[in-house]
Design a protein around this ligand. Structure first.
Ligand SMILES: Nc1nc2c(ncn2[C@@H]2O[C@H](COP(=O)(O)OP(=O)(O)OP(=O)(O)O)[C@@H](O)[C@H]2O)c(=O)[nH]1
Ligand SMILES: [Mg+2]
Length: 295
């Protein structure tokens, strides 16, 4: 796609988190990757299978409350076809989390049988919870454990160290810091991660990102844009033009009467992330953009 942004965010603390995940995978029985239902392909870390080699895996499609339900159902089927258990959760309300510890026990039934045969029947099952920044790993753990055991917050990079949490039903969870990878092969992946809040906003150009999101939504959900921002049409305009028109409609002006597109871009990104444009999925199942499916 023309004009795609090059986005990169792999700070030192993330390189450290990557080392930690590789080392700690030796301590766990399974790895649970939390992905974002709005961007199910872009939010899967292509390095994770290698970092946690040999460990049984499961996938949690989180933020289903913010995603398009029909798209989520298709994605769930696509991921399940890989042979890995997949659950849908909304960690805001807690919907879907009750199935988790049972799914872990079923994934690890051979290991449980092995422990029992060695007289270690009560040995806890240890699961690493991994995923991109801000996807809801700590919120998921708190929901499963039914208490506020891990710190969660509405920005990427909240969890910095590792922490073990007893989830009940013989399962212990390892919370880990959000992890991205050093280079996005496909620029659309970097953009998707930035739109949804997995990349620290301070390193992003809000105006350029807002214009790109206008372009993406004009193609996917034009009616929502037309309605919310009172645009005359979306077919003939660039992202910058749509942003400027939205700013004019909102009366966002800077001194001299110019439209304040930077302010509009920030408001637009906030409204998108806050669900004001409705439930949206930015990727279609079957068109995996970073090639991480089916590994
Ligand atoms: N709407 C919605 N919000 C969610 C969901 N899960 C988590 N959140 C919110 O997303 C934000 C990030 O949640 P965290 O649990 O801190 O995410 P994290 O993956 O641990 O983030 P880092 O530790 O920074 O990598 C918080 O504001 C949560 O309330 C969900 O399913 N739906
Ligand atoms: Mg966290």
């Amino acid at each position: 796609m023309d004009g795609e942004l090059t986005i990169q965010w792999f700070p030192g603390h993330m390189a450290k988190a990557r080392r930690m995940i590789r080392e700690d995978s030796a301590l766990v029985d399974a790895v649970c990757e939390i992905i974002d239902a709005r961007i199910p392909a872009s939010s899967r870390n292509p390095e994770l299978p290698e970092l946690t080699a040999g460990k049984p895996r499961m996938v949690i499609l989180n933020r289903v409350d913010e995603a398009d339900p029909a798209a989520t159902a298709r994605w769930r089927a696509v991921i399940a076809r890989e042979g890995c258990p997949v659950l849908e959760t909304d960690c805001k309300s807690g919907r879907g989390v009750n199935a988790f510890t049972g799914a872990v026990r079923s994934l690890l039934r051979e290991r449980i049988a092995l422990y029992e045969s060695r007289g270690q029947g009560g040995k806890p099952l240890r699961v690493m919870v991994a995923g991109i920044p801000n996807v809801g790993k700590s919120s998921f753990i708190n929901r499963v454990a039914r208490r506020r055991a891990a710190e969660a917050g509405d920005r990427p990079g909240v969890t910095r160290g590792k922490q073990w949490i007893n989830a009940g039903n013989g399962v212990e969870l390892l919370d880990t810091p959000g992890l991205l990878w050093p280079r996005f092969e496909d620029k659309a992946v970097g953009e998707n991660l930035a739109f949804t809040g997995a990349v620290r906003d301070e390193i992003l150009d809000a105006e350029a990102l807002g214009a790109r999101l206008m372009t993406r939504l004009a193609a996917l959900y034009p009616d929502r844009l037309l309605q919310r921002y009172k645009l005359t049409d979306v077919e003939t305009k660039t992202g910058d033009q749509m942003l400027a028109e939205a700013a004019r409609r909102r009366g966002f002006l800077v001194s001299g009467g110019e439209v304040d597109t930077e302010r509009m871009a920030k408001v637009f990104l906030d409204e998108f992330r806050g669900g004001k444009l409705g439930r949206i999925t930015l990727e279609t199942a079957g068109e995996a953009e970073n090639g991480s499916l089916g590994d």
